[in-house]
Design a protein around this ligand. Sequence first.
Ligand code: MTE
Length: 322
Amino acid sequence: MAHIQSRPNWLISEAEVTPEDAFINRRSILCGFGLGALSVAATAGAPSFARAAGDPTADLYPAKRNGSYVIDRDLTPEEINETYNNFYEFGSHKQIWKAAQNLVIRPWDIEVGGLIEEPFTIGFDDLVRKLPLEERLYRHRCVEAWSMTIPWTGFSLASLVAFAKPLSSAKFVRFETFLDPEMAPGQKQVWYPWPYVEGVTMAEAANDLAFMVTGAYGKPLAKQFGAPIRLALPWKYGFKSIKSIRKITFTDEQPKSFWEQILPEEYGFWANVNPGVPHPRWRQDQEKVLHTGTYVQTQMFNGYSEQVAHLYKGLEKEPLYR
Ligand code: MTE
């Protein structure tokens, strides 16, 4: 880590943060320490994003809710969710929503390539009309031990995979975010391996739960959520759910994700939620429900065991839970 000039707060351990620091350093407060301050801090001056107006895909929302994906928790209010985000391209703290409004989301071409029949580039507005949109209520669990419940709109990753026509030699899907340090000043921070990269196995990509998100709360996606298109993998820690995807590559090599490149001893490829395996800086048996401030027990695979546990049979030797 010798190249790190000034450590981002992601790298600051909870043990290093004294209560006094937490009081004066809002960045630490908002990074999983002293979240009690959240309801005041995060909603003060909360924006109202009139994003349906003028969006070329506005007519697609709200999409019909798929009743197979409802859950036993209240939804996180939109104004909490849209003012508390991780999007390091726009800053290493939680209140990036204002800075993220600089994200230019049109035109937005997505390059699809690697081990597929014929590599292609497609405009987001084209793609979103080719695949069936639906709304799903999903849990969202960050490795920092906070959680939300979100009404996402999008299409299954499986439908995108079918559309891309991968070859049988493809073993993984690799996703990459945009790279534009002028637009996203976080990308000027040289200790990060930009652009943000994530990946899943083909079996994970084929699982029903893997969801390409284009909207939330019945509207096109707000910029801070990772507009115009991001991933949602609700059984994994939130960092796997890459935002603002520009490039999708089918490959036979396991992708090395952004956080794995930075801290491989803490963040791996699999990152499945497991309450029994603590992270070095956050216990994982409980999570703070952001909008209530209460703690609840974290569930295996974030409550999605039935849908995904079978994916990991025979892989027990892999570091499945970080
Ligand atoms: N994608 C990009 N491109 N950049 C990021 O910094 N942060 C990740 C993930 N996807 C991130 C990203 C992390 S750490 C989390 S917890 C979730 O996005 C946060 O999503 P949210 O802001 O919608 O809650």
